[in-house]
Design a protein around this ligand. Structure first.
Ligand code: PNS
Length: 161
């Protein structure tokens, strides 16, 4: 049986921590769908299309990874994507409470699905989209934290302000 998993997130912007989970997830599952959440109530630096484009560029050399966007409930997207596993990365203890809550609520909404956590590689424990945006907004170097295409987009976004 082919296993298809979904790696959902806001990815505003994608960091090397996300890329680590994407690469490792693509080895564990036959197909990995990276799903960019579109939430009109959440203020993001990059539009859904920009986030999808950056992720597509990052994963272009992988045959078994697709990047899409979704709006509404993740569990509804899981049904339409015919996937039953959610992949999430776990950094330090601070991620746990939020992830625990989401995994349980998603399971309550759709008992057939499971959430699988991958420990973020130790190099990426401290990397988050928010920290990356803060550093970039203040003119700091983010080349070790994000892909080149993201670095360029960040520079563009903050030079316009
Ligand atoms: O990268 P993030 O912001 O931690 O990702 C959170 C995300 C997008 C996975 C979560 O907010 C989500 O699943 N949103 C879709 C709406 C939904 O299903 N909410 C209920 C989750 S229990």
């Amino acid at each position: 049986m082919k296993r298809k998993a979904v790696y959902p997130g806001t990815f505003d912007p994608p960091t090397n921590g996300h890329v680590d989970i994407i690469e490792r997830g693509s080895k564990v599952f036959d197909k990995l769908l990276v799903a960019v959440a579109v939430n009109p109530h959440k203020k993001t630096l990059f539009s859904p299309d920009e986030r999808v484009t950056m992720l597509k560029e990052i994963v272009q050399s992988y045959d078994n990874i697709d990047v899409v966007s979704f709006s509404g409930l993740l569990v509804d997207f899981m049904v339409s994507a015919k996937a039953d596993v959610i992949v999430r990365g776990l950094r330090a203890i601070s991620d746990f409470e939020y992830e625990f809550q989401m995994a349980h609520l998603n399971k309550k909404l759709l008992p057939e699905i499971d959430t699988i956590f991958m420990m973020t590689g130790e190099k990426f424990f401290y990397v988050s989209s928010n920290i990356v945006k803060e550093i970039a907004s203040l003119g700091g170097e983010v080349n070790e934290l994000v892909d080149k295409c993201v670095e360029v987009k960040l520079r563009e976004a903050f030079s316009k302000r």
